[in-house]
Design a protein around this ligand. Structure first.
Ligand code: TRP
Length: 334
């Protein structure tokens, strides 16, 4: 059998807070699908997480919770590599080198740095400013061909490409310059109470956000209270009917039905019945994921074996890239 080498894909998620159905629709679902087509390496980015203050016990707990959730959603350690960023020291080491190819001015201009500096004005630490360089190190260590990112990470991916090209130009081709793959439009899920905003785990009012670990009653209650409009027609029209359209997007994502099918199904239904149906569909889909996550979390030994194998594979790839970089820049190696 002829083996075709798959392209490599890299992505990472921060183990902070609970994940939302927006994360599921916009990212997790996609990550699961991509593991068939690519050699996927997925990290749990705990080193990025500490750029804003974390409660240690929660960070530790969320690390396994995120791993278990992703696996419960379908990430399969037999198909992809799953590991914790801090288990591969090469990330910090390459970030240091890349720091010398990155300008203070360009980091100060990063949108997310400016936003987070405003939000955490009492803790504008060097790590927060260096965040994009660490992210570039993540990606470049693995010679990733593609990186799936949300629109909010686009600027970080661009700077990663710039840093890679800069290094390659000064020395010789060393890094693969990665391409971003951006989710199709329509993948963005909005707050149920304010459909002009993206659904966020840190929204002021959690009633507009559905978390992956919300129980059935909570899910249904949140959808029941979702904002719609003063008409009574279930139709996809994001401009004029943002609330209803958002609910339809959620419904199609969770039911697997097309938008047309969904519109037809609810033609003539009132908003009350529609919202209940969306809530029930989401709750039905979340229940088995939640119980699988709980089952995995009860088997810490197995989760740790996944992480060990992941760190071993990731660490091997990363070490070979780092050694090449050290050679090029003139570090004496034994
Ligand atoms: N910054 C990303 C986020 O918050 C997480 C991340 C860290 C990442 N390193 C990465 C994403 C490398 C893609 C590639 O969403």
């Amino acid at each position: 059998m002829e083996e075709v080498k798959k392209k490599r894909l890299y992505s990472a998620v921060q183990p902070t807070n609970a994940l939302t159905i927006g994360n599921y629709i916009g990212a997790i679902r996609n990550m699961v699908a991509l593991q068939e087509e690519y050699d996927c390496i997925y990290a749990i980015a705990n080193m990025h997480a500490i750029t804003v203050r974390q409660v240690p016990a929660e960070l530790r707990k969320n690390t396994l919770a995120v791993l278990a959730l992703y696996m419960a959603c379908g990430l399969d350690p037999a198909k992809c590599t799953l590991y914790i960023q801090s288990h591969v020291p090469c990330h910090a080491e390459l970030a240091w080198v890349l720091n010398t190819f990155t300008y203070v001015g360009e980091m100060e201009r990063m949108t997310q740095f400016k936003d987070k500096s405003a939000k955490h004005a009492d803790n504008i630490n060097m790590g927060l400013m260096d965040y994009p360089v660490l992210m570039a190190a993540d990606i470049l260590l693995y010679k990733a061909d593609v990186v799936p990112v949300g629109i909010d990470q686009r600027q970080h991916l661009e700077i990663c490409r710039d840093i890679a090209q800069r290094f390659n130009n000064v020395y010789s081709p060393t890094f693969v310059v990665p391409e971003g793959i951006y989710p199709k439009i329509g993948a963005k899920i909005c707050d149920l109470l304010d459909p002009s905003k993206k659904m966020s785990k840190s929204a002021e009012n959690p009633a507009g956000t559905v978390f992956m670990n919300d129980d059935r009653d909570t899910v249904i209650r949140k959808f029941r209270r979702a904002v719609t409009d003063s008409q009574s027609e279930v139709r996809y029209d994001p401009e004029n009917k943002p609330g209803v359209s958002n609910l339809l997007s959620v419904y199609t994502a969770f039911s697997g039905k097309s938008m047309q099918e969904a519109e037809r199904e609810f033609a003539g239904s009132g908003y009350g019945d529609f919202k209940l149906a969306v809530g029930e569909t989401v709750a039905d889909k979340l229940a088995p994921v939640q119980s699988e996550q709980a089952r995995l979390l009860a088997d810490k030994q197995y989760l740790e074996s996944v992480l060990r194998a992941g760190a071993e594979r990731a660490g091997g790839i990363a070490a070979s890239t780092l050694s090449k970089v050290y050679r090029k820049i003139g570090f004496y190696q034994l």
